[in-house]
Design a protein around this ligand. Structure first.
Ligand code: UDP
Length: 334
């Protein structure tokens, strides 16, 4: 099997590429514009004959068409993500997410390929009755709040994918990814766990936005990737929308306390407003938790990492990176 991963140099995509190649049954082609992804994420795969990185734009039909032609399955992960990036670059967000998905779906339909589309729990919007099931109504906010442009663009992707399935018989599975964390995730675009860990390791204040009572469920990227692979080989999942994540819930304040304790940090925990954090008001979700009944029934998937075990892995990776950076600096010193 040949697999194409759009956005494969990103955090989740690079773990997916490694997992597919670990199974040794496939070749992997990654298409990525390296805007938020990086070659460093794929360092472990560089030089392998069963792996190829193509640097290009997922909206460019001339680039996408020959790659889809060469691969039997497409994992479409390329997207603008991260609350900070979305707030600062809404045009880029909408264009990448909608045009990129349309290009991939059209080419997959033309070549008769299977597509796994990565969507997001953000589409549940302001739903405050967890756990969220795939058939629940979406409750997005006003267009005055740019955050919703992301949810809206991903909802459009879901409609497009289902439309291609209905009208063109495209085999497609839509995976609504809840918060995913793990080694190599960056805090630069807003994600809370790498930010808190960096702040804790620097003994800097951990900045909790809003009350800190808002809750999330964080899933280890290895569990997320395993779920994507299970769904890709599940015929009953075709044409379905399926939640992917962990259902262990934690408040952001508790998360901060846990990271301070686990890192042995001297950091304080500081509450700051959304205006202070993002330079503008951002509407935040107070609660977000997946109902995993559907994925369990379809594939038998069960998250295997507890939050604590996941945080241990991310902290260990961050400490390793810090040690390498320190060594590089001392080697460069005359
Ligand atoms: N958050 C925070 N401090 C940060 C970054 C994020 O308190 O440095 C909060 C954010 O407001 C949200 C939660 O942590 O309530 C999760 O944020 P993230 O951007 O990781 O994911 P999402 O909001 O998309 O679930």
């Amino acid at each position: 099997m040949n697999a194409l991963i759009t956005g494969g140099a990103g955090f989740i995509g690079s773990h997916l590429a490694e997992a597919i190649l670990d199974a040794r049954a496939s070749r992997v082609v990654v298409l990525d514009d390296l805007s938020t992804g990086s070659r460093a994420n794929l360092a472990a795969l560089a030089g392998r004959s069963d792996f190829e990185l193509v640097e290009g734009d997922v909206c460019d039909q001339g680039v996408v068409a020959p790659l889809v032609d060469r691969c039997e399955v497409v994992f479409h992960l390329a997207a603008a993500v991260g609350v900070r990036l979305i707030a600062e670059c809404p045009i880029h967000t909408i264009k990448t997410n909608v045009n990129g998905t349309e290009t991939v779906l059209a080419e997959a339909a033309r070549h008769g390929r299977t597509v796994i589309v990565a969507s997001t729990s953000e589409v549940y919007g302001k739903n405050n009755r967890p756990p969220f099931a795939e058939g629940d109504d979406t409750t997005l906010g006003s267009t005055q709040s740019m955050r919703w442009s992301y949810a809206c663009s991903k909802l459009t992707d879901e409609f497009l994918a289902l439309a291609y399935h209905q009208q063109r018989d495209l085999p497609v599975v839509i995976c609504r990814l809840f918060n995913t964390i793990g080694p190599r995730q960056q805090g630069r675009y807003g994600m809370v766990v790498p930010r808190f860990i960096r702040q804790a390791l620097d003994d800097a204040p951990l900045e909790v936005y809003g009350t800190g009572r808002q809750t999330r469920c964080f899933c280890h990227v290895a569990d997320t990737v395993r779920a994507l692979l299970l769904l890709a080989s599940c015929p009953e999942a075709v044409g379905q929308v399926v939640n992917v994540g962990s259902d262990e819930s934690v408040s952001i304040r508790q998360l901060a306390e846990c990271i301070v304790e686990m890192t042995g940090s001297r950091s304080d925990i500081r509450a700051i407003s959304y205006e202070q954090a993002y330079g503008r008001w951002i509407e935040d979700m107070q609660v977000r938790a997946p109902d995993l009944k559907k994925i369990r029934a379809l594939t038998g998937y069960e998250p295997t990492y507890t939050l604590r075990k996941t945080l241990e892995a991310v902290i260990a990776h961050a400490c390793g990176q810090a040690a390498t950076a320190q060594q590089d600096r001392s080697e460069r010193r005359p």
